[in-house]
Design a protein around this ligand. Structure first.
Ligand code: 7TS
Length: 427
């Protein structure tokens, strides 16, 4: 796309989503901050670390406060009105999540602490029960540690083999190698939908079809995709999907495991405790139905309610508009950053989200992040919990700017101006 074409497209995009209006809903990024470093940003923090966690809109903050002020009681046990109300709100939140990802049933939604716990749940409750020595799991080389370590632990315990779909230099998966990874011992494919380092959106639907043609289930790590692109579990036909509330305007400490009913039904519990049982004797117990079988103990009731508020907020804007806006913003960012001599991008997939990993000259990413902080810009630097990617690229770290719908084109200009200053400062 030429720059002129881009500008025209851009105007149409901005007509559909006004980031300046939406920013007003987010106290942390709309308030004026004291400090010289915010001067050139009109007194605001430029928050570009959305792949780590997103800011929270008033609607979510209010939902949390409202729950504690008016509805707080434990769920699934109280025989009084307040307890009923808390239970109802908690279960309504489950329905909101189910609708958001188009799950067939609300009972296919298990609330967890986040994507990490959701993946550990599958490794523990599905993997321990169904996998045996010699079985194989296919992952990719671009997994976040959250979708790698649980399988390494299981592989060690059960003597499994892990196989990896390699990635190419441009940050896309090398599909010519995929077929050869499948064999008669393959039992699961677990892969990221969108890379938190490269921003690549993986073509998971084709891979799911390929796995299903061999009767192999697929777990998708949707931690980076669900907040940014429409994800329809029935369309994708994934068997499990894990994601976190805090990366999509929701509170921390709440996340989701979606699992097809037939899989969840056939799994053992993950943790033992209250609420996950049906009947208990001193020596034995029977399990509650799904999803409660997997929600031992008092859950994060406020978190679930806050997540539902975040989903309603996102739905009001419209996920398709969010995706389109973020794509335009990402294209603009890459075009502008690319004008800087010495810039290097890690991940240049055509299908991508707003996660931009880069380096500039020989400036160490940690120095760069600190310099950007001195300019009032928050980015992440490091291995992004994906050390195998760094090892393969033979780099210690990258600097990463990650965008959300409340980021503006002006903020990209501020980032680029700060990068120019960094070049002068370090060289
Ligand atoms: N999977 C992916 C692809 C992720 O990006 C992350 C978090 C997780 C799983 C784990 O999510 P959690 O909410 O359970 O911690 N990624 C990042 C990141 O890129 N920077 O900080 C956290």
């Amino acid at each position: 796309m030429s720059e002129a074409q881009f500008q025209i497209k851009n105007k149409n995009i901005l007509r559909n989503l006004d980031p300046y209006k939406l920013r007003q809903d987010f106290p942390l990024i709309s308030k004026k901050l004291e400090g010289k470093k915010y001067n050139s940003n009109n007194g605001h923090l430029v928050y570009l670390d959305n792949a780590a966690t997103t800011q929270k809109p008033n609607a979510v903050i209010r939902a949390l406060m409202n729950y504690y002020e008016n509805d707080n009681a434990n769920v699934h046990r109280a025989l009084y009105e307040l307890g009923d109300r808390a239970t109802q709100k908690y279960e309504e939140s489950r329905k909101t999540v189910a609708q958001f990802i188009n799950a067939k049933h609300a009972r296919e939604i298990v609330f967890t602490r986040g994507a990490t716990e959701a993946i550990n749940l599958v490794a523990s409750a599905w993997g321990r029960k169904h996998l045996q020595a010699g079985d194989e799991i296919i992952l990719t080389e671009m997994e976040h540690h959250s979708n790698l370590i649980p399988w390494q632990l299981l592989a060690k315990e059960k003597k499994l083999t892990l196989r990896f779909i390699p990635f190419l230099n441009n940050g896309t998966l090398n599909f010519s190698r995929v077929k050869s990874l499948f064999n008669e011992r393959t039992r699961l494919v677990a892969m990221t939908h969108m890379s938190n380092v490269f921003g690549t959106i993986n073509p998971v639907r084709g891979l799911i079809r390929m796995a299903h043609s061999r009767c192999i289930p697929v777990l998708l790590d949707g931690a980076q995709s669900v907040p940014h692109i429409p994800v329809d579990v029935q369309y994708l036909d994934c068997d499990f999907l894990a994601f976190s509330g805090h990366k999509m305007c929701g509170p921390t400490g709440i996340g989701v495991l979606y699992g097809k009913q037939e899989y969840l039904d056939a799994m053992d519990p993950y943790q033992g405790g209250g609420d996950m049982i049906s009947s208990v004797w001193l020596e034995k117990a029977t399990w509650n139905e799904i999803p409660y079988k997997f929600e031992a103990g008092t859950p994060n009731i406020a978190g679930a309610i806050g997540l539902a508020a975040a989903i309603r907020y996102i739905n009001e804007i419209g996920m398709e508009k969010i995706t389109r806006y973020e794509q335009a913003l990402t294209t603009y960012a890459i075009l502008e950053m690319n004008k800087l001599p010495g810039i290097r991008f890690y991940g240049i997939a055509p299908e991508r989200g707003g996660v931009i990993s880069f380096s500039l000259d020989n400036i160490h990413p940690h120095d760069m992040a600190q310099f950007l902080d001195s300019q009032g810009i928050a980015v992440r630097a490091g291995h992004h919990c994906a050390q195998p990617i760094m090892r393969k690229l033979e780099i210690p770290a990258t600097t990463r700017a990650s965008l959300y719908f409340y980021n503006t084109f002006e903020e990209i200009d501020l980032l680029v101006a700060a990068l120019k200053k960094a070049k002068e400062f370090f060289n």
